[in-house]
Design a protein around this ligand. Structure first.
Ligand code: PLP
Length: 374
């Protein structure tokens, strides 16, 4: 082995020793809820495709029509020649849905966060983050070179104390959190955070990756509403909804927007079809949360606040074992380990979707009660 290979192998062995090495398992998603892995058919509780729209005929048809009209690739950054006509339609719909003047679509949610934050704050500024904020919010904050301070998870009082302590030393302050936490399924105290933003002259940014389409939006005043088109929307891409001047600034200054190729037209067309479908079918869009609540009722867990239900196990090995047990019962529930979640909080993370049969949720709940819950 050469030095580089030795280095890589050593790093992997260290991960293996802590049950933190991950392997990508080939998984064929059959219809949005059923998947095939190692020749076995499993019911997936590990997809973020909450409305199973990734397989929906309306989205597939829209994507195919876009390919036929515009081809498969965008060709360049949107600022050069990659801004095919479907973008305006998608951005108008997103802005209308979020009640903002404008919207800007990015290549992905990750690209959105690492573009937006450094475009708005920099050296001499402060970014105040929920400690459990998604990795790409942290990455964007680090890339901005602003000072980063984190507040205890969903603790607005702590955020207020930190603002009182740090606000005066910084020119601009960005507060960033998730509307629905990706690994915990709980919801941020947006009314309180928005009041803090007003009181301390700070800007509030929310990441609605797991809310859009499946959780009723909060009434809080939020000037920077970011999210993804890759989860309940069933397609791919990220976005920011905000005022026109902010969106124009982002289009000029967010490096992951300026220097990255536009989305394939098919993805944009599918997102448009998904937003239309969600607007037309609110009863359908309410199903994932209702099913998560059916599960928490059956298991006696705290009532689900979103379609995401965590079962925190603690030890990484034990979480992997619990996942294997469920797989033997026909359920795909991937173990989530550090660094995706904090050390000592490895867990099973269940995501409920519109297509999960009620009888299977009952069987899953019974299995978990019998074998996994204390
Ligand atoms: C998934 C996720 C992202 C990233 O979105 P992609 O479109 O998958 O890149 C960003 N923020 C949160 C909270 C997420 O859960």
């Amino acid at each position: 082995m050469n030095k580089l290979d030795e280095f890589a192998a050593g790093k992997l062995a260290a991960l293996e020793a802590r049950t933190l090495r991950r392997r990508i398992a080939e998984t064929a998603r059959l219809d949005g809820v059923w998947v095939e892995r190692d020749g076995k058919r499993l019911l997936s509780f590990s997809c973020n495709d909450y409305l199973n729209l990734s397989q929906h005929l309306a989205l597939r048809d829209a994507a195919i029509a876009a390919i036929e009209k515009y081809g498969v690739g965008a060709g360049a950054s949107r600022l050069v020649t990659g801004n095919h006509p479907l973008y305006a339609e998608l951005e108008t719909k997103l802005a209308a849905m979020k009640g903002t003047e404008a919207a800007c679509v990015f290549g992905s949610g990750y690209l959105a966060n690492i573009g937006i934050i450094p475009a708005l704050v920099g050296e001499g500024d402060l970014v105040l983050l929920d400690e459990l904020a998604h990795s790409c919010i942290w990455a964007g904050a680090r890339m901005s070179r602003a000072t980063i301070v984190s507040f205890r998870h969903n603790d607005a009082a702590h955020a207020g104390d930190l603002l009182a302590q740090h606000r005066a030393q910084h020119a601009h302050v960005l507060i960033a959190t998730e509307t629905v936490f990706s690994m915990d399924g709980d919801r941020a105290p947006l009314i309180e955070l928005s009041a803090l933003a007003a009181r301390f002259d700070a800007w509030l940014m929310t990441d609605d990756a797991h809310g859009l389409g499946v959780v009723a939006p909060s009434d809080a005043e939020v000037s920077l509403q970011m999210g993804t088109l890759s989860k309940a929307i069933g397609s791919y891409g990220g976005y920011l909804c905000a005022s026109l001047p902010v969106i124009e600034l982002i289009r000029n200054r967010a490096r992951s927007f300026v220097y990255s190729t536009g989305l394939p037209p098919a993805s944009v067309a599918a997102s448009i079809a998904a937003l239309d479908l969600i607007a037309r079918e609110p009863t359908y869009a309410a199903l994932p949360l209702a099913k998560a609540r059916q599960f928490t009722r059956l298991t006696g867990l705290a009532e689900a606040q979103s379609p995401i239900v965590p079962l925190v196990i603690g030890d990484a090995r034990a979480a992997v074992d619990a996942s294997a047990l469920l797989e033997r019962e026909g359920f795909l529930v991937t173990a989530i380990r550090p660094p995706t979640v904090p050390e000592g909080t490895a867990r099973l993370r269940l995501t409920f979707s519109a297509g999960h049969p009620d009888a299977e949720i009952e069987r899953l709940a019974a299995t978990i009660k019998q074998h996994i819950l204390p």
